[in-house]
Design a protein around this ligand. Sequence first.
Ligand code: SF4
Ligand code: SF4
Length: 345
Amino acid sequence: MDKTKLKDFAAQVKADLIGIANIERFYGIPRQHHPSSILPEAKTVIVVGKRILRGGWRGVEEGTNWISYTYFDYHGLLNTLFITEPLYHLACFIEDHGYEAIPYYPGVPEARYGNKPLRNGQVAPDINLAIRIAGICAGLGEIGWSKVFLTEKFGPRQRLHAIITDLEFEPDQLVKPGSICTKCMRCVEGCPSKAIPHLKENKKIRIKIDNNIYEWADIHFGKCTLSYHGGDSRVSPFIHRDFPGWNIDASKQDFSEETAYKFCWTLSTGKWRKTNEFSSGYIIEGHAMIQKWGEGGSFGICGSRGCMRSCFDWLEKQEKIGQIFKSGRFIKRKRWLLPYRVKSK
Ligand code: SF4
Ligand code: SF4
């Protein structure tokens, strides 16, 4: 099977993006994250992308609707159905040609706690293939300063999954570092919890793939998780409704990612007794409902205000994104941001 045939099939089954990496491009990646640790005979990693709708964020951007983003475009249907369908069809297509194809699910790497290796000389389960690095290796794009994956077609608006296979292909060309991200720092300005350091702080991660150096900001994941998963009153009208007296500035907290998850998920999905003051039976009813209706388990409150929305608004304006919209810029009105301090009743 040649590459054209594979890519034509990918288009037929509605994959929006497909890129091909040879296994050599993963040279230097730790074994715990290496595709060959899953399939020792691996020759190719195929990375498949499906767009996040620009309109998926409209409700959060306007401050009027959260559930659509979580349900369709965050961990809901996009990650659990829309992208997995073309991925699975492609894997079947490869196996129909006599090669093994492992569909790889990239979700929740932080929950893949280590066990012991099951055989001598092997790494412990579960292997976490870093999907954005795989995306670079497959020539789909680069990691922007915000650590979000950027492509020429959609900017930051896609999710990626992968197939590891023993079928050999000529790899696609790499996207050169700096060809999409302009280092404009719009992501830094737009991030409510200051999770993305400014370029001037010189806190960055660097990797080398072939002869290219890719670098991006060393994100504070504790702060990001606080905003994203419901511990930041600046981006949550639901905290303002259910937590009078809240006085927590998420940008000043120094939680680890895991402790931020513990904090946010307990508050956002936990139950509490029904009282006259709070009759819902949840700690923060709005977050609980978004998580419950959201399909696929997770939920988004910040809605990537800086790292995605500010970013694609800017990249579209710079004409750095292939998909264009007739309605002009995405950010059309003065943006909202609530005070972190919630008035006492
Ligand atoms: S907003 Fe986007 S383009 Fe600008 S620095 Fe951040 S990641 Fe790069
Ligand atoms: S998801 Fe929100 S808090 Fe996290 S980096 Fe993006 S803008 Fe900042």
